[in-house]
Write a protein of this length. Structure first.
Length: 273
């Protein structure tokens, strides 16, 4: 039986492949004790909208959940994602997940430190879209996990964070888009670093765990070398009074429906824990 390939609609889809995609993100390979993806990664994969045949780079891709989610959320668009991460274990999990979802021709994981993104490793301005869920806690804030991979995925200082935006600016074409998710309390840091690297913020979506509490996250779309002009979007509310995902959240990100309870992916230390 022939397998379905995104962009080719006249071929039947393999039952196993279809089942794996419908369960996404359940069943993804990720570390047992190291960093595990959270609800923020799923939200970002549904926030940013790629154009047809876009080349996408996921900076700090982890197990590949954002890039894979981006492909699955845009089934009619022939896009390709390159995932970059400096952790060999995470890259190994990315390869396993692309194989699980039969997306190995659409997602390419590469082991690379963000500080090595330069003209020796990539041709400048080759990507249409960049996405990133960078570490958004500074080292002096809160208890640091003992697992080194979890620490590196959760904590970074201002200089390390700057590298994500420097890499995005180098890799993006002129007028290319970037999508970032970050802690709301550090929005000023995020906007400052984006503007420093000519990534003009164009849309901000505040994300609330519950409306009665301050926003925990923000998602920001930027455009390289764009003119100023910022749109603040209506807030996204994740949980109702029973700690179930709201209909608004499920409509925004259907991947949350794999488990409607708050326990889906909210590890300790996240913006909503």
């Amino acid at each position: 039986m022939s397998c379905f390939i995104f962009g080719v609609t006249n071929l039947p889809e393999c039952p196993v492949e279809k089942n794996n995609r419908e369960k996404f993100p359940r069943g993804l390979s990720q570390p047992e004790t190291g960093f595990r993806f959270s609800v923020d990664s799923l939200l970002l994969s549904c926030f940013i909208s790629p154009a047809q045949e876009n080349k996408v780079v996921d900076i700090g891709c982890g197990c590949g959940v954002i890039g894979l989610g981006l492909i699955l959320a845009n089934p009619q668009k022939d896009i390709h994602v390159t995932g970059l991460d400096n952790c060999p274990d995470m890259i190994n999990h990315s390869h396993k997940n692309t194989a699980l979802l039969k997306l190995s021709t659409r997602f390419t994981p590469l082991e690379m430190d963000v500080c090595k993104v330069n003209s020796k490793s990539f041709q400048a301005e080759t990507f249409d879209l960049a996405v990133a869920n960078p570490p958004y806690r500074i080292p002096e804030s809160g208890r640091a996990p003992q697992d080194i991979s979890r620490f590196k995925a959760s904590f970074c200082d201002h200089a390390e964070l700057d590298l994500f935006f420097k890499a995005a600016a180098f890799l993006l074409k002129n007028k290319g888009k970037c999508g970032i998710i970050f802690r709301a309390e550090r929005l000023d840091n995020l906007l400052e670093k984006m503007k420093r690297h000519s990534l003009t913020p164009k849309r901000i979506l505040p994300v609330y765990g519950k409306l009665a509490k301050p926003a925990g996250l923000v998602m920001v779309e930027g455009v390289k070398n764009a003119r100023p002009g910022l749109k603040m979007m209506s807030p996204l509310i994740l949980y109702d009074k029973y700690n179930q995902f709201t209909s608004q959240a499920l409509e925004f990100c259907s991947f949350l429906g794999c488990n409607p309870s708050r326990g889906l992916a909210v590890p300790r230390g996240s913006a909503f824990s």
